[in-house]
Design a binder for this molecule. Sequence first.
Ligand SMILES: Nc1ncnc2c1ncn2[C@@H]1O[C@H](COP(=O)(O)OP(=O)(O)OP(=O)(O)O)[C@@H](O)[C@H]1O
Ligand SMILES: [Mg+2]
Length: 471
Amino acid sequence: MGVEDLRTLFLFEGLTDDQLAWIAARGWELRLPEPTMLFAEGAAAENFYVLLEGEIQLLKRTGEDDVVITTTSHRGVYAGAVRVFVTTDRPDASLYGNTVRTTGPASFFVLAGTDFGWLMREWFPMAIHLLDGLYLGWRNLQLQTRQRERLEALGGLSAGLAHELNNPAGAAVRATGTLRERVSGMRHKLGLLAEGRVPAAALQRLVTLQDDAVERSAKAPRLPALEAADQEDKLADWFDAHGVAGGWDLAPVLVAGGLDAVWAEELAATVEPQLLEGALRWIAYTVETETLMAEIEHAVGRISTLVGAVKQYSYLDQAPEQDVDVRDGLESTLIMLGHKLSGVEVRRDYDESLPRIPAYGSELNQVWTNLIDNAADALGGRGTLTLRTSLEEDMLLVEIGDDGPGIPREVRKRVFDAFFTTKAVGKGSGLGLDISQRIVVQRHHGDIRMESHPGDTRFQVRLPLHRPTAA
Ligand SMILES: Nc1ncnc2c1ncn2[C@@H]1O[C@H](COP(=O)(O)OP(=O)(O)OP(=O)(O)O)[C@@H](O)[C@H]1O
Ligand SMILES: [Mg+2]
């Protein structure tokens, strides 16, 4: 292409004859008769293309698909190695930032990326400074956005946790309400028993039976529904035979507390017939209150475990850097992500002899969170998550594996890129692995790797056992 032709392209406006001659001498024309892919996103940026004729489409990879961003037949539009001139450290500047293809016959004026970079730096040094400045501004903006996104992720985590806390809290509140009713019922029964002028010895015996019932109910196994129904029937029949009214509502409570017809027989031998029903109700109340209290204890225990996990997870009131046991971090992370792991089997393969390592505990937990979160997404509620820790010379290895579908080959090399995600809009920000890599490599001088086959994906994090000596 000659100097005069080049002058017709808006991009080369204002260049001197010498400059145009230089470009004309170095560049060449490319004719593509068929629709062709000119270059692919992520490949090494070799050439700079200016459209002369035809139509091109610019595509950007989002998730697993290339999405058409623009289609144009505007003569003079350019694409390709457009960023090779940057002087700031931008590893991605040497790669094609998108994919370009032609839709039919087309022709281009092509300049090697190296030549383009050279002419930009030589002829437009001030423009380069301005572009660098713009880039830095853009990068800062991106970092802030990232910070925000992380906060949002944390918001997601607390939403999950709130949900986790809500179940036991609700259960405790409900059980407490029922317990209050039962206790007042018991007070009432006590009055009735006293009115029946139960002899002291019989009362004594009743208290013993009550203790016995409490003990049994604490040990009572949870019966399969069919078996429980069967025992309830037998007990209700026994009640009928012994003239105890309302046996049908007493039976389930007693059976749940591990009390059956055999036990009722023992009770009948102890109390006088006219007191039998009162005594039975009295014990049923006892058993029920025991069950309710156990429920409350369980629920409150669960709440306290969760709160403990949050404290452990966030390293609340602890120094940011300290000697940490990575297993604690993994365990608290599992609890934090519990709601995402239901249906997933968690297998632990921890090396018990593992030493503590100097680390930023809460940041490491972010790494475990991102990796386990990804595995949980890949598993989608079934399959196995494997957590493994071991020693490897002077490094500690943490491996998080899943038997999900795996990471397709073409996705593998990009998973650690910021904003790279294959998840639906609003589901993944594509930052999890980028941030994890930063935390492991920059903050801990460790390294993070990935291996993936269908049914076996492993993320391996290696962390130094000792603080690096100031060299
Ligand atoms: N265990 C895994 N199995 C299959 N694919 C995975 C796994 N871990 C990561 N990936 C792939 O790597 C991509 C990038 O993961 P990354 O954690 O960086 O982002 P994300 O999970 O998409 O979004 P988020 O910012 O919410 O974590 C995922 O979109 C997914 O395609
Ligand atoms: Mg993720």
